[in-house]
Structure formats: C-alpha cells, structure tokens
Design a protein around this ligand. Structure first.
Ligand SMILES: Cc1ncc(COP(=O)(O)O)c(C=O)c1O
Length: 384
C-alpha cells in the first residue's frame, strides 16, 4: 500500500533526536528551530518525559472514560497550577482541531446560539467546524461550508463593534489566536483582545482563545492572551501540551456547566497521554521554561533585528517571525541544506521560528551566525 500523498516533504529521514538536535539516517546533525510545527516544548527525548511515559505504560496505557482515571485528575490539578486557572475545568481530546471543534460546540450548547466569529488569516484546524472557521478556502471542502461562521478582519475594532451591535444576540462565541501562527506571526493588539472580551461580556457570548500554537508558554506567558490581562471562557490547547504525544484539551471557565453526553471522546484523556502531558508540565515548572522562552526569545528577536537583510522581525517569546525579501527568498532551503537547520514557514515569505522552550542563548547565537552566513552564500551565488 502507498501513502496518500498529502504533504510536500524534505528528502530527509530523521532517526534520532535529543534536546534541540536531530540526526538523520546518515548521522548528520540538525538544529531544530521548528519543533515539528511548534510541538516540541521541553526538547526531544527529555529523560523525565521518557521515564514517566515508560512507568505509565508498565501499569496501564489505555482505558476509556467509563472508569476513574486518577492521572487525569493529577493533570488537571497541575495544569490549573501552572496556567493559574485553578478554578477552570478540563476536557481532554487528542489534537488542536478537536479542541477547537469542542470549544465552539460547547459555546453553542452553553448560549443556545449558532454563530461563531472568526478572523481573517486565522487557522483553527481541519475538522469540520474548525476548518470552516479557518480563513483559507483552499482547505475547506463543500461539506464543511456553513453560514454559522462569520469572518471579520483581525484587529479591526470598529468592524467587531458594529457586528456585535447588529447581531450580538446571535453570537455563541468568538474564536481568536492571540498570535496567529499559520497566518504569519501576527499579534492581536492588546486593546483588540480587551474589546473582544468586553463585547462578549455585554452580549453574553463566549470568548474562545485558540492557544493551540501560541499557548503553553510559547510566547513567554502560559497563554498568549495573558499578555493582554484578560481571561477567556474557553482555552483550546494541543501542540506543546504533549511534546509530541497526541494530546489536546480545552480549559472551561467555572460559569460553564457540564451536562452528560454534551461532549465525549474515546481516546481523549487516556492514561498514557495524561502521563506525557504531566511530564511536560513538571519539566516546564521545574526548569522555568516559560521564563526561559521569554528571555531567550527577547534575546533572539534583538539579534534578528540587527540582521539588515531580513525584514519585519516580530513575535514574542519563542514564537518569532520575519519576512524574506525576494532576493533571499530561498533562505530556508539554504539554512537546511548548508547549515542543517530546520525552520518553519508561513506563506508566502515568512520564516517562523518555533524552537523548544529550553532553547539557549548559545543556540540563538549559533543560529544568527548561520543565518548571516547563509545570506552571504546566497549573495555569492547570485554574483558568481
Ligand atoms: C492555532 C492553531 N489551531 C489549531 C491547529 C490545529 O491543530 P492540529 O493540527 O493538532 O489539529 C493548529 C495547527 O497548526 C494551529 O496552529
């Protein structure tokens, strides 16, 4: 059987990984500044992560949500503590799309309304409602299209106010990324987030913070929305939550009440996923990784701003983007082929840096030197 060919792939086979490094089948070492799409939060192969998953596997890997699962309760307690959302409730799933799907469904159940506001260039996943709320017609199939999603321009306060004034009573929720990742590392302005919070309060709608990419410490605070000092009604999480183990979830504010059968899942919250997610939070806490993301991120952003050939350096913590002018549009390819560094991209010309939260200033320096040398190499080839 052949694989269904849905991804453009690099001609590289990674066989081993440790910390911020990867090795291919020929033994070549790579620096990972992409983290498999913002997933690797505590670094590859962390010993505490391995031993916690291993220990859990020796006891029980999976049983369904029809019995008590103490490791789920442990995870909820630790997540409440680290995110400072002790009074929220946790529902566990397996991916970011599923987290958003359940967040929007819950907003509709809770309010008895059907409209969800989403924003231009937002990305929320590929399941039916999540993809409908994603501003990319190329990935939305006819069966996903729905009039229940309303797209408004990101960071446009006037449009948002006007929409609420006219249709506020129909709005179940607003879904927003505090920092758009796939959209190109674009931050929601703090005033815009506060306004969204206020409008949701006024009209009885729920604020859903999609923290799948910008959450879990990536921007130097636990949630991206924390920078604006607001609380969401529902936070969706995945990616960094399991450091590669498929686990996602939603944090649900205390004023939202659960009813049996409104949400459900077979695999979500299984023993092994909870052990992985607990190990991640323990490492984040013990190794002060959120503080490290903030300080190393500041340092890297400052260093990048001094590289004249790149433009629009932006981001927070270890969620960083910059634009490539046409002349050096192949920089990512050069970084990978000549310097053995993985980076991320956002179409059409944005480089995204999403390394693990324990990325060091020494590794940042190494990257800056490699970046400068790659730009020089492109220039020399163009002049030859
Ligand atoms: C902000 C955001 N939300 C949701 C998703 C979907 O997550 P998953 O691929 O785990 O379904 C992504 C994935 O890139 C994302 O960046």
């Amino acid at each position: 059987m052949k694989l269904f060919d849905v991804y453009p792939v690099n001609d590289i086979t990674i066989e081993k990984a440790l910390g911020a490094h990867l090795w291919d089948d020929k033994g070549t070492q790579y620096l990972d500044m992409y983290g498999g799409h913002a997933v690797i939060s505590i670094g590859h192969g962390h010993p505490h992560y391995i031993s916690r998953i291993e220990a859990q596997l020796h006891k029980i890997g999976f049983y369904s949500n029809s019995i008590h699962i103490p490791v789920q309760k442990q995870l909820a307690a630790k997540l409440g503590e680290v995110s400072r959302k002790e009074d929220y409730q946790l529902f566990l799933v397996n991916s970011g799309a599923e987290a958003n799907e359940n967040a929007m469904k819950l907003a509709s159940f809770h309010t008895g309304r059907s409209k969800i506001i989403a924003f231009s260039k937002g990305f929320h996943g590929r399941t039916s409602l999540a993809v409908a709320a994603t501003d990319n017609p190329a990935i939305v199939a006819d069966v996903n299209k729905t009039e229940n999603i309303i797209f408004l321009p990101y960071n446009d306060a006037e449009e948002l106010k006007q929409f609420f004034q006219q249709h506020g009573q129909t709005v179940a929720g607003v879904i927003i990324e505090a920092m758009q990742g796939v959209g190109g590392i674009i931050e929601a302005e703090e005033n815009f987030l506060s306004l969204t919070r206020d409008l949701c309060n006024t009209y009885g709608s729920l604020l859903i913070a999609d923290e799948v990419q910008c959450g879990y410490g990536r921007t130097g605070k636990f949630f991206g929305t924390d920078h604006a000092g607001i609380d969401a009604d529902i936070y969706s999480m995945a990616k960094g939550m399991g450091n590669g183990f498929p686990v996602g979830g939603i944090l649900i504010a205390p004023h939202i009440h659960a009813k049996h059968s409104m949400l459900g899942t077979t695999f979500g919250g299984n023993h092994l996923a909870c052990a992985a997610a607990l190990a991640v939070l323990e490492v984040i806490q013990q190794e002060n990784l959120i503080e490290n993301a903030a300080s190393t991120g500041d340092y890297l952003i400052q260093q990048l701003k001094e590289v004249e050939e790149i433009e629009g350096v932006r981001g927070r913590g270890l969620m960083i983007g910059f634009d490539l002018p046409e002349r050096i549009k192949d920089l990512r390819k050069t970084l990978l082929s000549e310097k053995k560094i993985f980076t991320g991209e956002a179409k059409p010309n944005v480089v995204r840096l999403l390394p693990a939260l324990n990325f060091s200033t020494e590794q940042a320096d190494y990257f800056i030197e490699a970046l400068k040398s790659s730009i020089l190499s492109i220039t020399q080839k163009q002049q030859a």
